[in-house]
Design a protein. Structure first.
Length: 228
């Protein structure tokens, strides 16, 4: 399969790319920094990895879109994994905090899906990585209001696109991830140790990306052993 993964520089995204490559899939991975992505190219001994440094806060997505089209021609799955977390009390949040968070967590997936739509093959799967914090009725935490709101917006976008793309037989789902030991989690909860590693969560996401659309469409699925 041909799979696009955003936010592949570290944590779950990097582990996900490695697992997909080891399974023989062709992957286009991108992030602000490609240091860790480029290492996968030698570690996995594959020629099926394409990567590019790209900041999702850039207004012009055309260089990224052009390179994806050139390298893949068609896409079987897109994993919108990239995320931005700003942790501070709501009253201290700035307009810039809000804009950056929503640009990366909501607007970037919107733009990627829209611009890559012509490349999606029949029965493609779009997987949006949401958060337990963006799941309605879940426990919420101080300092994460804007992050959680952005992930909630991504979840609603997921449901809406599943309906819009049904006639094209393209499936769209979201995984609302709970605690996973990543740098982002450590930023929000420095003293907490999550029950799952990035590699373990990536294993599940890889399976779901390849198979979840056979069973689900338009669903927001909590994937969580715990929340801090």
């Amino acid at each position: 399969m041909k799979i696009v993964v955003s936010g592949a520089s570290r944590g779950i995204g990097n582990a996900l790319v490695e697992k997909l490559l080891n399974q023989g899939h062709e992957v286009f991975a991108f992030a602000r920094s490609t240091d860790y992505i480029s290492k996968l190219s030698s570690n996995t001994k594959t020629s099926k990895l394409h990567f590019m440094a790209f900041d999702l806060m850039d207004k012009d997505f055309s260089p990224l879109i052009s390179k994806i089209k050139k390298k893949l021609q068609t896409i079987d799955a897109l994993v919108n994994n990239a995320g931005l977390l700003v942790t501070k009390p709501f009253i201290e949040m700035t307009d810039d905090d809000f804009d950056r968070t929503f640009d990366v967590n909501v607007k970037a997936p919107f733009k990627l899906i829209r611009e890559l739509f012509p490349l999606f093959s029949k029965d493609s799967h779009i997987v949006n990585i949401s958060s337990a914090g963006g799941f309605q009725g879940s426990v919420k935490f101080r300092g994460l209001s804007i992050y959680s709101a952005s992930k909630g917006a991504l979840s609603i976008l997921t449901e809406s696109l599943a309906l819009e793309f049904a006639k094209d037989e393209i499936k769209v789902n979201a995984l609302a991830l709970g605690s996973t030991q990543t740098e982002m989690l450590a930023q929000a909860f420095p003293t907490y140790r999550a029950p799952l590693t990035a590699s373990e969560m990536a294993e599940f996401i890889a399976y779901f990306t390849l198979n979840g659309h056979k069973f689900f469409n338009g669903k927001i699925l909590p994937v969580s052993l715990s929340t801090p």
